[in-house]
Design a protein around this ligand. Structure first.
Ligand code: ADP
Ligand code: MG
Length: 687
């Protein structure tokens, strides 16, 4: 049965091809899609406020008669209208106005205005109010709270309101199937949508602001269930395929472990066993290994890689940045090449003949272990027998990239096993939603003998002392990082800032060898600098956040981070994790600029007070939201319309219950539910 809400938005009044095109950019094609474009917040225009009762910061509707209207030439020319009601006078101020507008705003005209009150030099004012002429005694104000819709350019609030009001009318005459089991929440779907697009005048604004209204909870629950189901569907889809069973290869593995200069921690051993268990099965492993920076994830991956190679399979190791891939290359080649493992290197910068040869080696199975960046999942990279994919620092890759690499398996031998490693510990609550498609292992122990990094906050005006401290540490034979940060993601600007800092430090510290790495350097140059730093030839390494992940130089024990207030906590924790890898006491100095916002203070204090990645991740989630924490803003995966984490954490248990109930009792409803909330049914369906 189709109902009118399934019709194209073009059926609505005022929607032609141009507007339909703009709506399509929001993923809105059919009338029903509009219903899920939910307001961000609300204004109360249901009451007229007496002018004398208007207060600074209030959004108010006021009504009165114009006493005077004059163009005033102050610092900026403006039209100043004095509006009076029985209680008092308020100023309306327009910086932009047309002649027609000015002529219409004459003394004696009655106006109803809406806008935000601010305190001016001579009493309260409203800048650029929305207004219209009214007749004496005209009462009708808005009957519902006024929704404010999320909107970038192109579609105005009035347009959104008109569209959604029309869509609600269609909703009244149609059946919009309620996909959640009856009794899951207090509101049913249609009620909830109706309430949120047009809340009654007495609606609890505060509760709506906090996302805790039962109508919001209803939709948040449904949305989170849809995301959970989407990931579960991915997992099922992956598991439908077989995978090559990988036998234990215990003798080789034991020999490898004995060859290491350290013994595995109990946590490394446990996680390694969990992986080994997965690998022996003929369904693809989908395992996320979480562990704080420095816990030793790499060697665990190397063990799995060795098993795969000894079973005649190929392994792909994928890292998000060139520098990190480099680091893996060094580790894996040092560990595995002596055991006869043949390795290859593939990033976006490998070009021409070299690339062609590498592709041949990979396709022929000559290369057993391939280390690289996302270049590994380009279309023309074909493996002979890919058995294991290791993805490091997974939060930077989207789910879909993860999938496309797994599709590189040879159908004859099955899908590769996947091992995903992340150093950004993911709060449990979040991983229930974000990683419902993965099994999870946690390395919850650091190798022995590490001294925790001591973190100190230093104000920018004490920069000189920081420079002296660097000098002292380096003269004692230790090494330091100086991390330059910028908000702009632009490599060029970052590089510039780092170059300037390096030059400044070089002139302040002529006795030290100072190196510089940033994203703009050629790989060979980067490699050279990193190698020199590793060898101790460089004392102080000035860097952009390119060193954020993975870089491992145990002798470095001092980390300076400039403008830490600009970075997320997870990123700061990663940067700080570059030190504290050796046995000597390490320090991290956060060189911040005053004044800090309240938020800023709280974040830096969290860094100072804790070295625990899980605690820091929880804090980050609380302060910045899931998209930032997972680095998935671009992938849209954790972009919720109604749900807000961690505010809605209290729903998560129910989310799992309802999702399970649906999967078991109403599997036919999962695809429409996923489609409704993620618009991605095609990708997630056909399980
Ligand atoms: P991360 O988990 O952050 O990726 P790495 O795998 O880079 O950590 O390991 C950090 C450092 O600790 C490396 O120098 C590694 O060789 C070393 N390491 C790993 N496991 C152990 C261990 N069990 N004992 C001592 N050092 C270890
Ligand atoms: Mg690592």
């Amino acid at each position: 049965m189709t109902s009118t809400i399934d019709l194209s938005v073009q059926e609505l009044r005022g929607v032609g091809p141009a507007l339909a095109g703009k709506l399509a950019d929001y993923g809105i094609h059919r009338i029903r899609d509009l219903l899920f474009h939910l307001p961000l917040r609300y204004q109360d225009r249901t009451r007229i406020t007496p002018i004398a009762a208007a207060r600074d910061g209030d959004d108010v509707v006021v009504e009165g008669e114009i006493r005077a209207a004059d163009v005033v030439f102050g610092r900026r020319r403006s039209l100043v209208v004095r509006l009076q009601d029985g209680s008092g006078l308020i100023t309306l101020r327009f910086f932009h106005f047309s002649a027609a507008q000015k002529n219409a705003l004459r003394a004696g005209t009655r106006l109803r205005c809406f806008g935000q009150v601010r305190r001016g030099a001579r009493g309260y004012e409203i800048f650029h109010p929305e207004y219209r002429r009214v007749e004496e005694g005209e009462v009708a104000v808005e009957e519902t709270l006024t929704p404010i819709y999320p909107s970038t350019a192109g579609i105005g609030q009035n347009q959104w309101r008109s569209l959604c009001t029309q869509a609600l009318k269609h909703l009244k005459n149609s059946a919009l199937p309620d996909l959640l089991p009856a009794g899951s929440a207090r509101y049913d779907l249609a009620q909830a949508l109706d309430y949120l697009h047009a809340p009654p005048p007495d609606a609890p604004l505060e509760q709506l602001r906090e996302g805790e209204h039962p109508a919001q909870l209803r939709l948040a629950l449904e949305e989170l269930v849809a995301h959970n189901l989407a990931l579960q569907a991915l997992r099922q889809r992956a598991r439908r395929h077989g995978a090559p069973a990988i036998a234990a290869a215990d003798k080789d593995v034991s020999a490898f472990i004995r060859s290491l200069p350290f013994t595995l921690t109990a946590a490394q051993q446990r996680v390694s066993d969990e992986i080994s268990e997965d690998l022996t099965r003929s369904v693809p492993m989908l395992r996320l290994v979480q562990g704080d920076v420095g816990c030793g994830k790499t060697v665990v991956a190397a063990i799995a890689a060795l098993r795969a190679v000894r079973n005649g399979l190929q392994v792909a190791i994928m890292a998000p940045t060139e520098i990190l891939a480099e680091q893996h290359w060094q580790n894996f080649s040092a560990w595995l090449e002596p055991l006869g493992v043949r390795m290859a290197w593939l990033t976006g910068r490998v070009k021409g003949k070299k690339r062609a040869q590498t592709l041949v080696d990979i396709a022929a199975g000559e290369a057993q272990l391939v280390v690289g960046t996302h270049a590994l999942f380009q279309d023309d990279v074909a493996f002979a027998a890919l058995g294991l994919v290791v993805v490091d620092e997974q939060h930077r890759f989207g789910v879909h990239q993860r999938l496309s690499l797994s599709e590189k398996g040879d159908p004859a031998i099955g899908r590769p096993h996947q091992l995903i490693m992340t150093a950004t510990p993911i709060p449990r609550t979040l991983s229930m939603v974000a990683y419902a498609d993965l099994d999870c292992s946690i390395i919850d122990e650091l190798p022995p003998g590490r001294t925790p990094v001591k973190t100190v906050l230093v104000e920018e005006r004490r920069r000189d002392q920081v420079v002296e401290r660097v000098a002292a540490a380096c003269t004692e034979g230790r090494q330091a990082y100086w991390a330059c940060t910028l908000i702009e993601e632009s490599d060029a600007l970052q590089a510039q800032a780092a170059e300037a800092t390096a030059a400044e430090l070089a002139s302040a510290l002529p006795e030290l060898q100072i190196g510089l790495v940033h994203g703009r350097l050629k790989p060979a140059e980067k490699e050279q600098v990193m190698a020199a730093f590793k060898a101790g030839e460089i004392h102080l390494l000035v860097a952009t956040t390119v060193i954020e992940v993975g870089v491992d130089v145990p002798n470095a024990s001092l980390m300076i981070i400039e403008n830490p207030e600009r970075l997320g906590l997870a990123q700061l924790h990663q940067l700080r994790g570059r030190v504290g890898r050796g046995t000597q006491a390490s320090h991290c100095l956060l060189l911040y600029r005053s004044p800090l916002s309240a938020h800023g203070k709280e974040r830096l204090a969290a860094m100072r007070d804790s070295n625990d990645g899980f605690y820091i991740a929880e804090k980050d989630l609380e302060l910045r939201g899931p998209g930032e924490v997972l680095g998935t803003r671009q992938t849209g995966l954790m972009e919720f319309r109604v749900a807000e984490l961690p505010a809605h954490n209290h729903l998560l248990e129910k989310v799992q219950m309802v999702a399970e109930q649906l999967r078991e009792q109403h599997p036919e409803l999962t695809a429409p539910l996923i489609q409704r909330w993620t618009g991605n049914a095609a990708q997630f369906a056909n399980v």
